[in-house]
Design a protein around this ligand. Structure first.
Ligand SMILES: C[S@@+](CC[C@H](N)C(=O)[O-])C[C@H]1O[C@@H](n2cnc3c(N)ncnc32)[C@H](O)[C@@H]1O
Length: 315
């Protein structure tokens, strides 16, 4: 069984995918205590090192290194400050890569990395990884095409050590997108497929803060037969559950419920299902917001599994 080290591990979306793809994750690392707690409650075999990656001085020898730096650097906000942060974090990944020299690595990040403002960062990372001795390919993948019932696109870099003489090819879709049947593949699953069996009003498991103007500045509703909108880390911005009345547009960036009926956000448990996790254990050491946060930060396990499984047999 090939061995892996995971950095920026969070609660383990990437690692669930690696394990499902046949890897043994021997070490994980993150700064967030609650992410560690959720991880170990669900994947207890891994040595999870809690703390800043910059303080991890040595890594075990493994075949694969995986890492998903945080994405704040690529979203709105002070570009210069964000730039400094992300430079620092991918340098840490690069340091681990040069120390371990694994046969392959996988990096996941938000697709915003290819936008004009951030392109230099993507190019910088590619250059570093190539200089570290890897043939590197990148792609933007749509999670729906790999069986995830959610709108989520992510950027991946996959590198294979140059001396192995093998090139990586990103996996072909396993599911057709909504409204498409071009590949003769099964349709991607819907919200119904993933959460219909769960209670309709799971008290205490969803964020019930009021729907403020920012929340109602866009359409947060999807029906049972559709895929979910993106599951985010901030519980206040979590999409609506289909039991809620639909929203209608009443102006620029202004939406209203079509009727005065009870409405709610998806619960953290439903969010986990829609990310492609199975049923997870959430330890009591963290409350509702932290539960949403670790789930929203995660890579959908089926997507990471597909990327990892597409690495040729170099182990
Ligand atoms: C996008 S999330 C990773 C998601 C994770 N791979 C998963 O699939 O569940 C990025 C993670 O990086 C962690 N992080 C941020 N700065 C860090 C640092 N300096 N050292 C270690 N982890 C850090 C955050 O706490 C967060 O959990």
């Amino acid at each position: 069984m090939p061995k892996a080290v995971s950095l920026f591990t969070g609660c383990g979306g990437s690692d669930r995918g690696l394990i499902d793809a046949g890897f043994d994750v021997v070490m994980a690392n993150d700064t967030m205590g609650y992410a560690r707690d959720v991880y170990l409650a669900n994947l207890p075999e891994t040595d999870y090192v809690l703390g800043n990656v910059a303080d991890v001085r040595s890594f075990p020898e493994v075949d694969l290194l995986a890492g998903c730096y945080p994405c704040q650097g690529f979203s709105v906000g002070g570009v210069r400050e964000a730039g400094r942060k992300i430079n620092y974090l991918y340098r840490e990944f690069d340091r681990a890569l040069r120390q371990i020299k694994p046969k392959a690595f996988i990096v996941e990040n938000v697709s915003g990395m290819r936008n004009a403002n951030n392109q230099h960062l993507a190019v910088n990372q590619l250059t570093r990884f190539r200089m570290a001795g890897y043939k590197v390919d990148w792609s933007i993948l749509d999670a729906r095409a790999y069986g995830v019932a959610q709108e989520r696109t992510r950027m991946f870099f996959v590198g294979i050590r140059s001396d192995l003489g093998v090139r990586y090819e990103f996996p072909q879709p396993t599911h057709s997108l909504p409204g498409e049947d071009v590949h003769g593949l099964p349709s991607c699953p819907t919200i119904r497929d993933r959460i219909e069996d769960l209670p309709l009003w799971p008290e205490g498991e969803y964020d019930n803060q009021p729907f403020h103007w920012y929340y109602l500045s866009r359409d947060r509703w999807r029906d049972w037969g559709q895929v979910s909108r993106t599951i985010v880390a901030n519980s206040r911005h979590t999409p609506l559950h289909p039991v809620s009345p639909r929203l209608k547009r009443i102006g620029t960036d202004e939406w209203r419920f079509v009727e005065d009926a009870p409405a709610r956000r998806l619960s953290y448990r439903e969010a986990a299902r829609l990310q492609g996790f199975g049923d997870m254990t959430f330890p009591e050491t963290g409350g509702t917001r932290l539960r949403y946060r670790v789930i929203g930060n995660a890579v959908p396990p089926p997507l990471f599994k597909a990327v990892a499984s597409a690495i040729p047999d170099i182990w």
